[in-house]
Design a protein around this ligand. Structure first.
Ligand SMILES: [Fe+2]
Length: 350
């Protein structure tokens, strides 16, 4: 079985890592390979090239650590070249073809909004003023949530590092810039139309905007320096999911399970802060800002999700990532709700 990469014309492919001699290569049937238009150009035609089989050397993992391409018999140079130029491309299977990737992702996005994490009684009570002490509850939310939200750039960076497509990474880098307080001129114009002044947000990373809200609620630096175990657990489990799950799971978690719901779940907080006249619009800009810009962020992530949602395996991963992120947030709301219902005993809530 000759290694294609050993031919002089086939030396450009970075994935020609050699399988260690002591390792028995295993067929990696979960992936097919697009031919980048060189040979028929469609993943559906790969199986018609009898000379090529793809093997992986990490049979126990879904992630390819290194890969070699072997030919089982001699192939024409142009086919060999095309094979070496392959890029990974998930197989589209028949079941997945019954629904377009875009329709699948749109359906998942709708489902995310039906989750308890979005329709939690804590959010409903916060928005309607039904909690025993809305002011206390808002301050408590600020104190606890900042431990999670200050690390949002880390969550985003973790997902960016998982994406193989440069276009996907570039899209999320734009989101990351906005998280750092960098906006396009047209975005600032659109934000000014809903009352968000540029000077409130330009050059201000979003964690700083949330900190501004916390300070306006009377929280001091010392209040914001302690990290409850509940938040540490949430953050660590989320980062673990984004870093160690599959790329589709990571996109499902941060896109469908997080960005997709943000504009909805922040609305009750916007209503709650509006009921406190002592708070200036500048101090609470974090909420309307996210309601506005995260629509754009979720579009980017949904586009990436659609690009990944080409077979049943990646579709399941997207869905599972989404559900895991929603479940983590739902647990957080449970805890916040118990605290808000009984502020006197908030420290005993688990
Ligand atoms: Fe943000």
């Amino acid at each position: 079985m000759p290694l294609l990469g050993s031919a002089a014309t086939l030396t450009t492919r970075a994935t020609q890592a050699t399988i260690p001699a002591e390792t028995t290569p295993k067929p990696f049937s979960a992936l097919a390979f697009s031919l980048q238009g060189s040979v028929n150009g469609s993943v559906d035609t790969v199986s018609e090239i009898p000379a090529a089989r793809v093997y992986r050397n990490d049979a126990s993992s879904r992630n390819i650590v290194s890969r070699s391409i072997f030919a089982e018999k001699p192939v024409a140079p142009e086919i060999a070249q095309a094979l070496v130029n392959l890029r990974e491309f998930p197989v589209t299977n028949l079941k997945a073809r019954t629904q377009s990737p875009q329709a699948f992702v749109a359906e998942l996005a709708e489902q995310s909004l039906l989750h308890r994490a979005v329709n939690h009684p804590y959010l409903e009570a916060m928005g309607s003023g039904a909690l025993p002490d809305t002011r206390w509850a808002l301050a408590d939310f600020g104190q606890q949530y900042q431990c999670y939200s200050k690390d949002f750039p880390r969550y985003l960076t973790a997902v960016i590092s998982r994406l193989a497509d440069p276009g996907h990474r570039a899209g999320l880098m734009e989101n990351l810039s906005e998280e750092s307080g960098i906006y396009e001129a047209e975005e600032l114009t659109a934000l000014s139309e809903i009352g968000i002044k540029s000077e409130w947000i330009v050059g201000k990373p979003h964690p700083q905007l949330f900190d501004r809200f916390c300070k306006a609620m009377g929280l001091e630096d010392q209040d914001l320096s302690s990290e409850p175990d509940q938040i540490i657990c949430w953050r660590e489990m989320l980062i673990g999911l984004l870093s160690s799950g599959t790329p589709a799971e990571a996109v499902g978690a941060l896109g469908l399970g997080t960005e997709n719901i943000v504009s909805t779940i922040y609305k009750p907080f916007s209503r709650a802060v509006a009921a406190l006249p002592e708070l200036a619009a500048k101090d609470t800009v974090f909420f309307p800002l996210h309601t506005a810009v995260d629509d754009h962020h979720q579009e980017t992530l949904q586009g990436i999700a659609a690009d990944l949602a080409v077979n049943d395996a990646t579709r399941s991963e997207l869905r599972r990532g989404m559900l895991k992120a929603l479940a983590l947030r739902s647990v957080f709301w449970d805890w916040m709700y118990r605290r808000a219902l009984d502020p006197q005993n908030a420290d005993k809530a688990l």
